[in-house]
Ligand binder design. Structure first.
Ligand SMILES: NC(=O)c1ccc[n+]([C@@H]2O[C@H](COP(=O)([O-])OP(=O)(O)OC[C@H]3O[C@@H](n4cnc5c(N)ncnc54)[C@H](O)[C@@H]3O)[C@@H](O)[C@H]2O)c1
Length: 272
């Protein structure tokens, strides 16, 4: 697992308070014990945000929080399952109790699907993927948006996928789950716009995280899988988690003040 990249290194740099885009903001990031969520936690922390790291994987969450703390940032880890309403509420409550505000909720936790023909997938798989990837995001919104509406500020980010726009064969449940949250982002954006709150869906193409081999139907990424996937991306490479994290920082910041309801592709041209 690559933990390096922009966020973690910038935390080590000398103070640069004035340029910080998220100074004193508070963010909850789900699925932040690994991959895109972890890179986003580092990147947001490097811009001055204080982070609640949420993951079912407690050890992963703790490791990311410890690393942010060690580099001079502020983070706390929470073991939580996004499919449970009470766990989402606990994450929001913890952010507010600890730091008195909530500026960003990044509903990023998700699970992949092994490439399987529709007639071979069982209902339990459908329910598990929809539960985490759709219900988990909706529950995050139910917990976070009332606070943001009350305070008349905030950004709710969702990690969707290019699968929502340009699916690959055999990933029909995953693609549908990501399509659902792209539309959820638009519906929520309209609902909360009168309160000055924004909602944006980010659509990464295949990204180098522990999830990647599953999309390739492999136990580990190998040359064949990598070449096959890279050939589908006009820019000729897959995302690093930091590619997505940098976009999350931008969308969470006031630089994106007029962006809401959007579907932001981070895909090297895959969806063209
Ligand atoms: N890796 C890719 O190719 C890719 C591409 C597009 C979109 N995505 C999406 O990006 C998001 C992050 O995935 P990643 O690639 O960083 O994978 P990852 O496996 O590195 O991280 C996902 C994290 O979510 C956590 N998680 C899973 N279920 C959870 C639950 N019920 N409650 C709380 N945490 C839970 C996992 O423990 C893990 O730490 C997902 O929504 C995924 O669908 C990934």
């Amino acid at each position: 697992m690559r933990w390096g990249g922009l966020g973690e290194e910038r935390l080590l740099a000398p103070p640069h308070d004035k340029e910080m885009k998220l100074r004193d903001k508070v963010a909850v990031i789900t699925g932040a014990g690994s991959g895109i969520g972890a890179a986003s936690a580092f990147a947001l922390a490097a811009e001055g945000a204080r982070i609640v790291i949420v993951d079912v994987n407690e050890a992963g969450a703790k490791d990311v929080a410890d690393r942010i703390d060690k580099h001079g940032g502020q983070a706390i880890a929470i073991a939580a399952d996004v499919t449970r309403a009470a766990d989402n509420q606990a994450a929001v409550d913890r952010a507010v109790a600890q730091w008195g505000r909530l500026d960003v909720f990044f509903a990023n936790a998700g699970v992949p699907q092994w490439k399987t023909d529709v007639e071979e997938v069982d209902e339990a798989t459908f329910e598990r993927i929809m539960n985490v990837n759709v219900k988990g995001v909706w529950l995050g919104a139910k917990a976070a948006l009332p606070v943001m509406k009350r305070d008349r500020r905030g950004v709710f980010l969702i990690t969707a996928s290019t699968a929502a726009i340009r699916p690959r064969p055999g990933g029909q449940i995953y693609a549908a789950s990501k399509g659902a949250v792209v539309t959820l982002a638009k519906a929520l954006a309209l609902e909360v716009a009168p309160f000055g709150v924004r909602v944006v869906a980010i659509c990464p193409v295949a990204t180098h995280t522990p999830m990647l081999p599953t999309f390739m139907n492999k136990v580990q990424v190998d040359d064949e899988g990598l070449k096959r996937y890279e050939a589908t991306v006009p820019l000729g490479r897959l995302n690093q988690p930091e590619d997505v994290a940098r976009v999350a920082v931008f969308l969470a910041s006031d630089d994106a003040a007029m962006i809401t309801g959007s579907t932001v592709e981070v895909d090297g041209g895959r969806c063209i």
